[in-house]
Design a protein around this ligand. Structure first.
Ligand code: ADP
Ligand code: 3PG
Ligand code: MG
Length: 372
């Protein structure tokens, strides 16, 4: 990985027009940002460029609908830095910008050419720009214009957040032993290669969330109406010594009442919605032995209120001295709700990007910088 880092350009950036791709895809409710985690993580690169006297143009996306706006993000950013919000590159007059000025362009996915990785869009964005900085780690797994298109055109660098993400997640690939890995969330088939990889490199692997349902189903337990793909799990995962099993789960009945039961005691009309207390207590009981802990994905259906196991696990990890890395939007949301963000050594801004980096040791957006 031969990325050139923007910090190394210190002293050489005054008056330079710098296009920055930030990761500002944050949850918004009623026009207000309800979680500023990614915004806070985007600030160091912008502050650095601002102090260096660069002329900064920030591009980013929000949401998945084409009409979504970054206006609430601009309002949030303004609390930390002077920002001008501009609709498109066309309406931006670079010659009128002063050193240190920061302009945020509207949601770049409002233009379908962003997702299509259209060269004409990349050319439009880099017009009169000196250098590009990639700082949107959470989007680096996408083949979009602002991820893989732009670096082909102008000198490109990695930002401060991208640097921290790569450093932390690379260390997770060679963990200090004993090491514990916890994977949650859904989509077993997508995460299967990663589970295999961690079973080989970590001492213990606990699989929670809907992923656990897949394992219970494969072991022949009744999982009722739970979220499962096909209940097929390869033998080398199922019988791996490093795989730690759930002891109990929370099962929800059709009338939406829930009870905690031993695995194997779920009724056919019930749905597994969380990992049980006993299981989390068993993990917590010997969590002190690990030197490193890596965690991505919620333990239960937290949008429905089943976040008890995720929160309990967060507290258990927060209380250890292990080097802890955590990521995934859902998981981080619970950690913040519990006010535990500062208790983890590294909190990744990536969801899918974190998992893909851990699997492949790089991402398209990072490769694009090294090929530049
Ligand atoms: P995504 O990429 O859609 O965020 P993830 O793989 O991160 O998917 O999975 C997270 C989702 O899995 C969350 O919406 C969470 O509520 C859900 N989930 C976790 N455990 C369960 C469960 N036992 N039953 C249903 N949904 C679950
Ligand atoms: C994320 O929220 O994880 C990233 O911003 C990627 O967004 P996307 O999944 O819509 O590409
Ligand atoms: Mg997720």
């Amino acid at each position: 990985m031969n990325v050139r880092w923007i910090q190394e350009q210190k002293g050489a950036l005054a008056g330079k027009v710098v296009l920055v791709r930030s990761g500002l895809n944050v949850p918004v409710e009623n026009g207000v940002v309800i979680n500023d985690f990614r915004i806070r993580k985007a600030l160091p690169t912008l502050q650095f460029l601002h102090e260096e006297g660069a002329k900064i143009i920030v591009v980013a996306h929000i949401g998945r609908e084409q009409d979504e706006t970054l206006k609430p993000v601009a309002t949030e950013l303004e609390k930390h830095l002077p920002i001008t919000f501009v609709q498109t590159r066309d309406t931006l007059n670079i010659t009128a910008m002063h050193n240190g000025d920061i302009v945020l362009l509207e949601n770049m996915r409002q233009d379908p050419r962003e997702v299509a990785n259209d060269d004409s869009f990349a050319l439009e964005l880099v017009r009169d720009v000196d250098i590009f900085v990639q700082d949107a780690f959470a989007v680096c797994h996408r083949q979009h214009t602002s991820i893989v298109g732009i670096p082909k055109l102008i000198p490109s660098f990695g930002g401060l957040l991208l640097h921290d993400e790569i450093t932390a997640l690379t260390s997770a690939l060679n963990p200090q032993h004993p090491a514990l890995c916890i994977l949650g969330g859904a989509k077993f088939s997508t995460k299967e290669p990663l589970i295999k990889k961690f079973l080989a490199t970590y001492d213990d692997v606990f699989v929670g969330g809907a992923l656990q349902n897949e394992i219970l189903a494969a072991r022949g337990f009744v999982v009722g109406k739970s979220v499962v793909e096909d209940g097929r799990v390869p033998e080398d995962i199922l019988h791996n010594d490093a795989l730690r099993d759930a002891i109990d789960v929370v099962a929800m009945a059709p009338d939406e009442t829930a009870r905690t039961v031993r695995v194997g005691a779920v009724a056919p009309d019930e749905m597994i919605v969380d990992i049980g207390e006993e299981t989390i207590a068993a993990i917590a009981a010997d969590i002190g032995k690990y030197k490193s802990i890596l965690w991505n994905g919620p333990m239960g259906w937290y949008e429905k209120g089943y976040d008890a196991a995720t929160a309990a696990l967060a507290h258990a990890i927060a209380d250890t001295d292990a080097y802890s890395i955590v990521g995934g939007g859902d998981t981080v949301a619970v950690i913040q709700k519990e006010h535990l963000e500062d208790k983890f050594d590294f909190v990744s801004t990536g969801g899918g990007a974190m998992l893909e980096f851990l699997l492949n040791k790089s991402l398209p957006g990072i490769d694009a910088l090294t090929e530049n």
